[in-house]
Design a protein around this ligand. Structure first.
Ligand code: ATP
Ligand code: MG
Length: 409
């Protein structure tokens, strides 16, 4: 990646430095090939996300950080560049693989330039401050301690702020790099995790409920690119659950981009299972058919796992015995990131990522159709296979996958 190491040109002519975006990378324990892959995929994802903002960027890799500069010549003036950098920074907070997003001024490697930027950045601050210098490049003429003393004294002189190294109101970070120095206050958390795509692809089973979007998000964050499948009770139910699934996928799309949702009309297949005597096993037989259909889709899309929002014991289909019977339905691994989560924890996460409000809209889930009076909590695999045998369920799953209607974001 020559563009990551090449010299990045002149500093922009702003008085106190060039507003840019500094992205701190997670999982820095990664070594060698994994690390290069991490960086390569993250670069692609950052570029794709940046494109949506309309801000042209130059990306440069430094040790453990990526610097995103607003490309030269496209925006004039300090205000335009600062506004573009802020827009870019906000968008980067949703890109998995980035742990922290900062908005520094990028200045020349001189003590005076650092002082000017630090004084400018603290002009509107009150209370106390601390200077936190760090040298990624040790060839800088001042030590970290010398920098802290120098910059601290100048900020005090300029604004009369007090120093408090333990609990300051404002931290002034100075990061000395090979080509430049970054000076900033604050910074915001990113998503952390791994870049989407680094772990391959999977198909997420997406109801209109609370759990499945959170489950998909957690796996995206571990580097899986997700396609989504939703089973609608149509024509036996209304289309509301489809609208919800679509809205949920749309909400999650900002974490990965280019999301695909497949909607499977499932009502008739549910009736067929009921007619073949599923009875107390109706829910379990439906869930197995969903998984088999998901596996058929995964096969078509190059996915190597399924994702569900199962949480141990939360509902009757999620007892250990029933989970075992669900695993038996497909050869693909079924990833259940929420298996050990309480409902309150899942809801808090759904609120944080913005899916909860959509999940809570009313709809009629296909699972509420044809629900038996008593639900089996210890389904026997043999019984389920017998019901499926009467229906030629492998073909049915293929047909359902073929009948899926695709919605792209
Ligand atoms: P959720 O809140 O995700 O709907 P839930 O607590 O309601 O979960 P179930 O209804 O048993 O639990 O569903 C368990 C999992 O099965 C869901 O998390 C989802 O992955 C999958 N699933 C259930 N119904 C559907 C559906 N209609 N379409 C797609 N996947 C579904
Ligand atoms: Mg549900």
């Amino acid at each position: 990646m020559p563009h990551t190491t090449a010299h990045q040109g002149q500093l922009a002519p702003e008085r106190t430095g060039e507003p840019c975006v500094l992205l701190k990378l997670g999982e820095i324990v990664l070594k060698g090939r994994n690390r290069r892959q991490f960086e390569r995929i993250l670069h692609q994802n950052i570029r794709a996300a940046a494109r949506e903002t309309g801000v042209p960027v130059d990306l440069c890799l430094r040790a453990g950080v990526i610097m995103a500069r607003v490309a030269d010549g496209t925006l004039r003036g300090e205000a335009g560049r600062a506004e573009a950098a802020a827009r870019l920074a906000e968008r980067m907070r949703d890109v998995p693989g980035i742990v922290r997003v900062c908005q520094p001024l990028r200045v020349a490697r001189t003590a005076q330039a650092v002082v000017d930027a630090a004084v400018a950045l603290t002009a509107d601050k009150d209370g106390t401050f601390a200077v936190r210098p760090r040298r990624r490049d040790k060839r800088f003429p001042l030590t970290s301690a010398e920098l802290a003393v120098l910059v601290g004294r100048e900020i005090q002189n300029a604004h009369g702020l007090g120093v408090d190294l333990r609990h300051p109101d404002t931290e002034v970070f100075i990061e000395v790099d090979t080509e430049e120095v970054f000076v900033f206050t604050g910074g915001l958390p990113g998503q952390g995790g791994l870049p989407v795509g680094m772990s391959g692809r999977a198909v997420a089973l997406m109801s209109g409920g609370i759990d499945s979007p959170v489950a998909a998000y957690r796996m995206m964050r571990r580097g899986l690119r997700c396609s989504f499948v939703h089973f609608s009770g149509i024509p036996l139910t209304g289309p509301e659950s489809i609208f919800k699934a679509y809205a949920l996928v749309r909400g999650l799309d900002r974490f990965q981009g280019r999301s695909r949702l497949f909607v499977v009309p499932f009502g008739k297949a549910q009736q067929a299972l009921a007619s073949s005597g599923a009875d107390r096993l109706q829910i379990m037989a439906q869930r197995r058919l969903m998984l088999k259909t998901g596996a058929a889709l995964a096969n078509r899309l190059g996915g190597s796992a399924l994702i569900t929002g199962d949480s141990l014991g939360q509902v009757s289909s999620q007892t250990l015995a029933n989970i075992t019977a669900l695993d038996d339905a497909v050869t693909l691994p079924i990833l259940r990131p929420l298996i050990g989560w309480d409902k309150s924890e899942i809801m808090a996460e759904g609120r944080r990522i913005g899916t909860l409000a959509i999940s809570e809209l009313p709809d009629q889930d296909c699972c509420t159709l044809l629900t038996p009076r008593r639900v089996e909590t210890r389904a026997r695999i043999d019984d389920l296979r017998r019901i499926e045998g009467r229906l030629d369920v492998a073909d049915l799953a293929e047909e359902l996958a073929m009948s899926a209607q695709e919605y792209r974001q």
